[in-house]
Design a protein around this ligand. Structure first.
Ligand code: NAP
Length: 303
């Protein structure tokens, strides 16, 4: 559904990293909106401008003006960042900042996607002014970009998000569903929680920030947290699958090291709600929407 922000926007957009999760959702948001959008990808792909953050060159954008850029491209796997700090820092910090500066020189404002990993998760619901204290390299790289944006006064809104959900269940959620459907037990973590946010909401929030020409830091996640074991039980309940097969287990340090785990996973998101009327949802409502995309399990069992 088109928001007031889209209806009122008369400019042109650039999506850097248009084939990722958030980039694709922005593409969908703008599809049929009449907004002119340029897409970049590091893959050879028709209809996109080539841009690889390992060796970025904005030459492919010569002659085009963009009012707002959404910078979504990044090395997003936290373990990869941890294992290759130099290589990932080149992409996520040095060259991302190069692109943000280059865009600013061309008169383009940006929205930069950051993460709740800028915090250590020891404080409940930090707001945008809370001091950052990352526990891992990925979070430290986001902090480095945020700091440079602030110190250099770049025309960039920083959108920190929690755990982004695709519009269909993938990964661990898909795995639980398939196992439960086959009558097999699942073992979700009892000592890890998530603050889920739908990717369509992330795209909407980014668009609102860009179109409203905002700068500064903004938070988006769910209003509350939900444990992974509770999430699996919710899936079983909604899909009429046997809840007894949901057998929670505490994750070990070997499975998920503490540097990737947060005791408190939610962010205070009141600023986005207050200033840009962005809805902030309950975790269960987000997962309800996500798990509804599985369709009806009874029909699935019969096929
Ligand atoms: N997903 C989350 O839960 C989450 C949470 C907090 C923050 N964020 C942040 O939100 C932003 C978007 O995340 P996402 O979930 O959409 O990530 P994603 O699905 O992993 O997409 C990342 C995109 O970056 C591209 N990319 C990687 N290396 C690149 C390079 N050297 N040059 C150009 N493009 C490159 C990828 O291209 P390929 O497909 O070719 O690899 C992909 O299109 C990221 O900054 C991420 O850190 C995400």
């Amino acid at each position: 559904m088109e928001s007031d922000f889209q209806r009122d926007f008369r400019g042109t957009c650039l999506i850097v990293g248009a084939d990722g999760l958030v980039g694709s959702a922005l593409r969908s948001l703008f599809a049929d909106s009449g907004i002119a959008v340029t897409l970049t990808s590091r893959r050879p792909c028709a209809g996109t401008v080539h841009l690889d953050l390992r060796d970025p060159n904005l030459g492919g954008l010569a002659g085009a003006h963009h009012d707002v850029a959404f910078v979504c491209a990044a090395v997003t796997d936290m373990r990869t960042c941890q294992e290759d700090p130099d290589g990932s820092r080149l992409v996520n910090v040095t060259n991302t900042l190069g692109v943000l500066r280059g865009l600013a020189k061309r008169g383009t404002r940006s929205v930069f996607l950051s993460s709740s990993q800028v915090f250590d998760g020891e404080t409940a619901e930090p707001d945008e002014d809370a001091p950052t204290c990352p526990k891992n390299e990925y979070g430290a790289q986001k902090v480095a970009v945020e700091r440079a944006i602030r110190e250099e006064g770049l025309p960039v809104a920083v959108l920190r998000v929690t755990k982004v959900m695709a519009d269909r269940p993938v990964g661990v959620f898909q795995g639980w569903f398939e196992a439960l459907l086959q009558g097999k037990p699942v073992h979700p973590a009892t000592n890890m929680a998530l603050s889920p946010v739908m990717v369509s909401d992330v795209a909407e929030a980014a668009a609102r920030l860009g179109f409203a020409r905002r700068v500064g830091i903004w938070h988006l996640g769910s209003r509350d947290a939900i444990g992974y074991d509770e999430a699996a039980r919710l899936m079983a309940e909604l899909q009429d699958l046997p809840e007894a097969l949901v057998q929670g287990q505490a994750l070990t340090e070997e499975q998920v090291p503490a540097i990737y785990r947060h005791r408190h996973v939610t962010l205070s998101c009141r600023k986005l709600g207050r200033e840009l009327a962005m809805p902030v949802r309950q975790a269960r409502d987000v997962l309800h929407q996500l798990f509804s995309a599985f369709g009806r399990p009874v029909a699935a069992r019969l096929t």
